[in-house]
Design a protein around this ligand. Structure first.
Ligand code: HEM
Length: 81
């Protein structure tokens, strides 16, 4: 069994634009959501979390704490912190 790639927070913070890629973290996992940004039902707000943690934003927008949203997120996992 192979373990998932490990990324540092520093590396994640470098990915906060559509040009460099948009990465976010959630519960210790790292996601490359670049391809999802234009499909987000909440529009450009998603970019507020670019290069950092989803938790503070999802605490405000509780619509995300649903199975179908976590399912979408899981498709974009690239590794762990
Ligand atoms: C709505 C996914 C990040 C703000 C939604 C919905 C999905 C989604 C699937 C529709 C939910 C529903 O109606 O059942 C995601 C994913 C994210 C993400 C996968 C991260 C990878 C964010 C962030 C913010 C945000 C960081 C705010 C800073 C919103 C808002 C809505 C929304 C305001 C409601 C839009 C509306 O119904 O008018 N998001 N979201 N989202 N999202 Fe996100």
């Amino acid at each position: 069994t192979s373990s998932p790639p490990v990324y540092t927070l520093e590396e994640v913070t470098k990915h906060r634009s559509l040009d460099n890629g948009v990465w976010v973290t959630y519960k210790g996992d790292v996601y490359d959501i670049t391809e999802f940004v234009s499909m987000h039902p909440g529009g450009d707000k998603i970019l507020l979390a670019a290069g950092g943690a989803l938790e503070p934003y999802w605490a405000l927008y509780a619509v995300h704490k649903e199975e179908h949203v976590l399912e979408i997120l899981s498709e974009y996992k690239i590794g762990v912190l």
